[in-house]
Design a binder for this molecule. Structure first.
Ligand code: NAP
Length: 313
């Protein structure tokens, strides 16, 4: 029987466990995927904490939004995926915006499935799209253009790295905040790294002016320095709901917001193409066996992984 990771109760990761789920045949517009890897994201743990509601009727609450694997069945002939390609049994694919993705088998709409390029491993493909689509949404929101400088808070994280690479791809300059031991690898991505913490504004000022800012961290200093350094608040975006940014007139984006969902869905195929071409690289820093999910989520909860963590069934 397929297995899935789920919260048995709302709260911390100690409530996570593995549940058996009945195998479900596909509806005419769906495909069944044998999962080879699923990508962890901070939202997985946030959902369990109840930040989007704590309805007991939703327990056990399955988590995860992205995975990669092999098509085991199709609901009907002639189905095409989000990239417009036909989907057949045996295809290697990735799926994004598929709730409950931490599982050994998934039955999902064909419209959320894309062909996995041979250049990407299952692990790379499983961790690509949530972070990259968020980054693309952020850059479209701040209207970043070639030749401009963008400030990225949390540039060593998954969304931060994707934001930096997509900004560079647009011909922009990137200044980003990160722990000092990350600076060398970030310079290799074309980022000008700055250490976060006390005195951040003084360190950032000489590297400006900044046309736009992207907050992927939500600390007070990330919000306050963004507001202090970017003249037009409509060109500041937060993916963490930073109160300072929202109070100044900046924009919050997030999955579940119809505009964000449309932008992210539309970007998926191009983001996969960029990753296959080597122009977008989110390193997989830990691939843990499915049964070792506690270690994987403990690493995620520490908040300094510096790349993607994936589960391998
Ligand atoms: N709104 C949305 O649609 C959306 C989508 C995706 C993610 N998110 C949220 O965005 C946040 C980041 O997600 P993620 O997937 O990028 O997480 P992640 O991969 O775990 O990255 C977090 C990074 O934050 C850095 N960091 C920690 N403390 C910092 C600080 N004080 N200043 C600057 N950087 C710091 C760490 O790098 P160092 O090694 O440099 O410390 C770490 O690599 C999470 O809260 C997540 O829930 C929101």
């Amino acid at each position: 029987m397929p297995r899935a990771i789920a919260f048995a109760a709302y709260g911390g990761p100690e409530h996570l466990g593995i549940i058996d789920v009945p195998s479900r045949g596909p509806a005419p517009d769906e495909v069944v995927i044998t999962v080879r890897a699923s990508g962890l994201n901070p939202v997985d743990l946030k959902l369990g904490s109840g930040y989007r509601g704590d309805d007991p009727a939703r327990l056990p609450l399955r988590i995860g939004f992205e995975a990669a694997g092999v098509v085991a069945a199709v609901g009907s002939d002639g189905l095409t995926g989000a990239d417009g390609a036909p989907i057949a049994v045996g295809d290697e694919v990735l799926a994004f915006r598929v709730p409950g993705a931490h599982a050994t088998e998934l039955t999902v709409p064909a419209r959320d499935v894309l062909q996995k390029p041979a250049e990407l491993s299952f692990e790379q493909a499983a961790g690509l799209l949530l972070a990259a689509a968020t980054a693309e949404d952020a850059l479209q929101t701040v209207r970043l253009a070639a030749g401009e400088t963008v400030l990225v808070h949390g540039v060593a994280g998954s969304v931060g790295r994707a934001t930096a690479q997509l900004a560079r791809h647009r011909g922009a300059r990137v200044v980003g905040t990160a722990a000092a031991h990350r600076h060398e690898e970030l310079r290799a991505l074309g980022v000008e790294p700055v250490r976060y913490g006390d005195g951040l504004l003084v360190r950032l000022e000489p590297l400006g002016p900044y046309a736009a800012a992207v907050d992927t961290i939500g600390t007070a200093e990330a919000g306050e320095t963004s507001v202090a350094l970017v003249a037009d608040p409509t060109r500041i975006v937060t993916i963490t709901g930073s109160p300072a940014i929202l109070a100044a007139g900046g924009t919050a984006i997030g999955g579940g917001n119809p505009r964000s969902d449309a932008v992210r869905d539309a970007a998926r195929a191009e983001l996969v193409r960029l990753a296959a071409a080597g122009e977008l690289d989110l390193p997989v820093v830990a691939a843990r066996p499915f049964d070792d999910f506690r270690a994987a989520f403990a690493l995620l909860a520490e908040g300094h992984a510096g790349g993607k963590i994936v589960l391998v069934p």
